[in-house]
Design a protein around this ligand. Sequence first.
Ligand code: ASP
Ligand code: MG
Length: 459
Amino acid sequence: MDEPGKIRDAAAFVASQGGEVVAVCSAASGTTDNLMGISGLIRKGDGKGARAAADGIMRYTRELAEGAVSVEEDRERLSAALDGALAELNGLIDGMALLGEVTPRSSDYLLSFGERLSSEILASAISERDRKAEALAGNEAGIVTDSNFGGARPLMDTTGLRVSKKIGGLLLEGVIPVVGGFVGADQYGRITTLGRGGTDYTATTVGASIKADEIWLMSDMDGLMTANPRVVGGARVLDEVSYAEAVEMAMFGAKQIHPRTFEPLMGTRIPMRIRSAVNTGNPGTLVTASPGPESGRTIKCVSALRHNALIDIRGGGMVGEAGTAAGIFSTLAGAGVNVMMISQNPSESSITVVIKKSDMDRAVDALEIGLAGKVIKKLEVTPDVAIVALIGSGMRGTVGIASRVFGAAASKGLNVVMITQGSSELNLAFVVGDDDCWEAVRALHDEFGLGAPGGRAAG
Ligand code: ASP
Ligand code: MG
């Protein structure tokens, strides 16, 4: 379906909901990437290119508006709202191009336009279906964040008060608030963004603030899956998972979900559904504070994170020496390297870390410059590895999971190079060669019967 058709469908779906409903929307597809492209052009000093790219966004936005809204009166009102926003966007790009400079703050202001434009279009498309609707940017809705531009976090106390007042007021008047996701403002009123995919995070922030009965995350995903369906034939949608499991799944694989999405829900009992925006008859996956016993599979899903590197750091001087790990991790942190997985054997003669392959050279340089010849004798680097993770709260206290996991890997002749399990026992992860990763995922999906519906094949 074309993009305006998708907006019309979304508007019809929202308008058809009984009771009080708040819509939180993302930018039109490709817009945030295009806005980032404009930042890139300005950085390179290509002001002309930036303005041309801005013209492209404006044209596209007007096309969407025309295709999504047909009642003349709504169209006119929308067109006036878009004119205002687009003039502001143009002014901003001119200013940034003139300075030839992109700061985290100006970048967030620029990126915020994607959701500002899309929320206006969606609100108009809802209005023409005989429901009152009003577009609000995230900051207008009351989302107050810290000043960490590019990855801001809502300050929940202030945000809760402001959002419930603003959104609650509109609901009382029978208006459907259409909030642009991803965007907030800090305490000084400066526009911030919550990080890529942040609309999910906005939705749970708004939902927790107004104490919603339910939150639905609707996208092109049918729900959370037992494995990546592109590589595992029998992968299926999970009926129900806990918040804690969903957090793990968001980090591993279900990349479309912002990792902080579940944070605002933690102290609440608001159920969330992850469901399809296209296939609206499909109930998707229910995410709750405490899922029912029928969903009590030992393992819920298996996924893989590819394109990583493993560094094994060795040295006799590390044994029994306090501060070795601190030295290693602060050196890596100083080089801006994020550590994804860690293990140290009890003999203390080696510490192994897994990092993104793209960080590998920086990590090795930093460790060699900072620590070689002191605590570290030797660094051994394996450049192409994947992390395979099994997620499920039923692993906690269940005996025999590890033997089944590694038995399944061994039966395929796969070499496991590192293993971790936190004491929460929510996630068991191991490392294999990058090329072996999908075979490992398939073997585990089979071993734990994850393709079979219901809780039958629980381990
Ligand atoms: N538009 C933002 C992005 O593309 C936020 C979102 O889509 O959730 O990352
Ligand atoms: Mg408005």
